[in-house]
Design a protein around this ligand. Structure first.
Ligand SMILES: Cc1cc2nc3c(=O)[nH]c(=O)nc-3n(C[C@H](O)[C@H](O)[C@H](O)COP(=O)(O)OP(=O)(O)OC[C@H]3O[C@@H](n4cnc5c(N)ncnc54)[C@H](O)[C@@H]3O)c2cc1C
Length: 417
């Protein structure tokens, strides 16, 4: 259902329907504004649970929320479209299908994408985990490789390498190792599980960099206990089809290489003609307006506040989306804008079943089962849509209660080609 246009109303366009963009349209709801939400997909993706989709624990529908529903609830229009350009002089947003959208205020919240840092072969021969499609492609590769080895059960190995020891890499490595240790003997009894190897490669001296040393050590110990080959201080020289070349000269066989080593702004952002900074991200002032622009805000992962960079996480994106919307309301009321004040809500990461780390700003640190339950509860609560919450709860419960008996593995599809 489309909202009826309000003649003469101030037009606000919000580009990108992740945590930042969705919070912004909610904040602008009920304000007699003409708000349009634009996204290249017709759904919003809950990225924190993508690794569960990639490891066959959740379906891709569990982490997607329809944008026409989100827009309707906020009294906004939804326009599916791929942003390709902006004309700040004419106050127009350009879309890939040739359409333009006029705005009085624009909030850019289009997120980032995988950064390969110029490592040869990384973009061509590894799987990233940033979109819903990425997650299903990776799942299908893993499942197809297992199915193939269950038929030709001779002595074929399955080597999976994960590059990047941040939260995504740790979660992926831990869950793949559990898949091998717990689900494989029941789901694929023909496969000798000792022939499946999961390696996690981190360039820095520790996993989970932003956490305190004790929690980092705990995460590493938990991964080692699950049989993950954790390599710290190890840089990647090249990714090839079937192997990963390390800077120390070692060569790792790798049937599947997953890239979780970092993010940057996608290439099209450089063509917007706006001020960019580290990682090609849009530089904003403290009120979140892009440097040199009076009507364009940038929030979330795509933005970097000059002199006050925030972590690329959901909480800063949510707070920034809210703040940008408030600044538009201030400007419309003839008031000054105000600087954003970030409230740190803490960080968490999970390693596997009943194993997680939580660090709160109040110096509270939790690990193990309690941390895992807190992680689970938070993710289920913040997942958009009651249907998704229920289906994710059912699928995750099913995974962890039944996977030693062959359950908890959602079948994939044959990868194309
Ligand atoms: C695998 C993974 C796990 C994560 N786990 C956690 C976690 O546990 N906790 C946490 O706090 N954070 C986590 N994060 C980070 C968190 O998801 C991001 O910080 C957050 O999503 C950023 O929100 P955003 O609104 O800036 O952008 P996004 O959520 O990335 O949303 C951007 C939106 O813009 C759309 N878009 C992109 N380009 C265009 C275009 N050209 N035209 C139109 N639309 C476009 C996209 O389709 C998308 O809907 C994780 C991220 C990943 C990838």
């Amino acid at each position: 259902m489309r909202k009826r246009q309000i003649p003469g109303a101030v037009r606000v366009v919000v580009a990108g329907a992740g945590f930042g963009g969705l919070t912004a349209i909610d904040r602008l709801a009920g304000r007699s504004l003409d708000v349009t939400l634009v996204d290249r997909n017709s759904y919003s993706t809950f990225q924190p649970l993508l690794y569960q989709v990639a490891t066959a624990g959740l379906t891709s529908a569990d982490v997607a929320y329809p944008l026409w529903t989100a827009a309707r609830k906020a009294g906004a229009h939804f326009r599916k479209g791929d942003v390709t350009g902006i004309d700040p002089g004419r106050r127009e947003l350009r879309l890939a299908d040739g359409a333009t959208l006029g705005y009085d205020y624009l909030i850019l919240a289009t997120g980032v994408s995988a950064a390969f840092y110029g490592v040869p072969g990384a973009a061509e021969h590894s799987f990233s985990l940033y979109t819903r499609r990425d997650a299903t492609v990776l799942r299908d590769r893993v499942m197809a490789a297992l199915e193939q080895r269950s038929v030709h059960s001779d002595d074929q190995r399955l080597d999976i390498t994960i590059v990047g020891g941040g939260a995504t890499g740790v979660e992926l490595a831990g869950t793949l190792a559990e898949l091998r240790n717990i689900a494989l003997p029941a789901a694929f009894p023909e496969i000798d599980r000792t022939r499946m190897q999961v390696a996690l490669i981190e360039q820095g001296p520790a996993l989970l960099g932003p956490f305190t040393p004790k929690l980092r050590d705990y995460a590493r110990a938990e991964l080692l206990a699950r049989g993950v080959d954790v390599r710290l201080d190890t840089a990647i020289k090249e990714v090839q089809d079937g192997q990963v070349l390390l800077a120390d000269g070692d060569v790792l066989p790798s049937d599947i290489t997953a890239w979780a080593a970092g993010v940057c702004a996608p290439a099209w952002v450089a063509g917007l003609g706006l001020t960019t900074g580290p990682g090609g991200r849009l530089v904003t002032g403290p009120d979140l307006r892009v440097t040199g622009q009076d009507a364009i805000f940038a929030v979330g992962d795509i933005a970097v506040i000059d002199g006050q960079p925030l972590p690329q996480l959901a909480a800063p994106a949510i707070q920034a989306g809210r703040h940008a919307a408030d600044q538009i309301l201030h400007l419309l009321a003839g008031q000054q804008t105000t600087p954003m004040r970030y409230r740190d809500k803490g960080i968490m990461a999970t390693i596997g079943h009943r194993s997680a780390v939580v660090e709160l700003p109040s110096r509270i640190r939790v690990r193990g089962t309690m941390a895992w339950l807190a992680w689970l509860a938070l993710h289920l609560v913040t997942l958009l849509g009651n249907r998704n919450r229920i289906s994710a709860l059912v699928n995750l419960s099913w995974r962890y209660l039944t996977w030693s008996r062959g359950g908890g593995v959602i079948v994939g599809d044959d990868p194309p080609g």
